[in-house]
Design a protein around this ligand. Sequence first.
Ligand code: NAD
Length: 338
Amino acid sequence: MAKETVVVVGAGGIAGAWFPALAKEKVEVAAVVDLKVSSARSRIKEYGLDCEASSDLKATLKKTRPDFVLDLTVPEAHCSVTSTALKAGCHVIGEKPMASSMAEARRMVRTAERTGKTFMVSQSRRWNPLHDRVRRTIKSGNVGDLTTINCDFYAGAHFGGFRAKMPSPLILDMSIHHFDLARFMSGADPVAVYAHEFNPKGSWYRGDAAASCIFEMSNGVVFTYSGSWCAEGYGNSWNGDWRFIGDRGTLLYEHDNEPRAEAVAGKKSSRPKVRPVKVLESPTKYTEMHGGLREMLAFLRTGKKPQTECHDNIKSLAMVFAVIDSSKKGRRVPIRAM
Ligand SMILES: NC(=O)c1ccc[n+]([C@@H]2O[C@H](COP(=O)([O-])OP(=O)(O)OC[C@H]3O[C@@H](n4cnc5c(N)ncnc54)[C@H](O)[C@@H]3O)[C@@H](O)[C@H]2O)c1
């Protein structure tokens, strides 16, 4: 089979997680593009690539005509980089979050439709066997019909860079993972949210680095979320700590440990007996960026739609912007993707 070719745009921190996956899959890197061409050159040297460094995306795409573009730029640049690539006739994998506003995200979805090209977002945490085990177990009904989800995420994260200056760094840059995971693991989609964003005293972020949110999801499921990037001490997993309550039992997924579940045994009474129930296995073999890349390669080879194709992923992004909107307005807001 002919090797697939890619142009990588953005040679910053996260590029270090993508080049090894591209090498494992023998994807040919046709060029690395970055506003700072020196960053593109250093990545080419670091990974021993035989390709050009450039700061001119349009000209590079015209010259190299890759099968797809990997957009690893900062969120504010996603709309222009991805739209340029789609219009040049390339499929795109873009880093999360899809865009830095809903208006941009909707424009990107429409550009994908108009150009007939596939645009998927890399939500790296979907490609994790533990998360797939939670998803399969909830779907199996082993804890009954899902009623309630809770996720807590606390870290004292000192990044500097774009995150220190952006508005809503927690919600836009990190909670997008948790919101997308809530959809992935529960199979429920967002309906409305009431949220409060805040910046704790002593915060080293300019924007709000903490939030508490109550989401109404489809099928009447309620999803409560508390998070902070500005919480020193007792940080939990970056995947978050999760509780899923069904009408017969509960599944816990905490500290990246194996998920565990228990459900009522026999008749419900005032103090019903519970027993452990089976947590299903997952066949997930390729994780994080490698998993996302495999979805793009499967699409190129067989036409199979990637699970985070933009029409789906925009629903996770809509949760992000609804939280920001609700917090500004101080009231519940409905969540609308398109
Ligand atoms: N999936 C994950 O777990 C994960 C982890 C970290 C970062 N990310 C995401 O990856 C993206 C990049 O993050 P990062 O930490 O690598 O940022 P970074 O600031 O380290 O790197 C971004 C690079 O993009 C370049 N760039 C910016 N605008 C550009 C443009 N218009 N054209 C070409 N190059 C441009 C910058 O010069 C820089 O080299 C963000 O969207 C971030 O949220 C995802």
